[in-house]
Design a protein around this ligand. Structure first.
Ligand SMILES: [Zn+2]
Length: 108
């Protein structure tokens, strides 16, 4: 009974850890608008610029400047969010067997 309890507690801690990571990735910018690094115009955050802000970009561009930039840099892709996603998947894949082993060891 006590051993089951330890397993449940560990499971809850693990889920809370994942939830904290999930919500950590969903934090919002402190202001509703940003100043475009290109044309210095104040622009409301969009899905794309919020993503850029979360990735730690200091220079955020409005939609018009972003389109202009894409035209000037057709071969440049934003890969930072993709690699971050891969890292999260890798950590999950590595930690799952360890987590299962620990739970199995504690419970059984
Ligand atoms: Zn702009």
């Amino acid at each position: 009974m006590d051993q089951n309890l330890v397993g449940i507690v560990l499971g809850v801690v693990f889920i809370l850890f994942l939830a904290a990571k999930f919500f950590g990735n969903n934090k919002m910018p402190p202001t509703k608008a940003f100043r475009c690094a290109g044309c210095k115009k104040n622009e409301a955050y969009s899905k794309r610029t919020i993503e850029a802000w979360r990735n730690g970009y200091k220079r955020i561009y409005c939609q018009a400047c972003h389109v202009k930039w894409l035209k000037n840099n057709p071969n440049t892709r934003n890969t930072s969010s993709g690699s971050q996603g891969c890292a999260v998947v890798a950590v999950t894949i590595i930690s799952l067997p360890i987590f299962t082993a620990v739970i199995g060891w504690v419970v059984f």
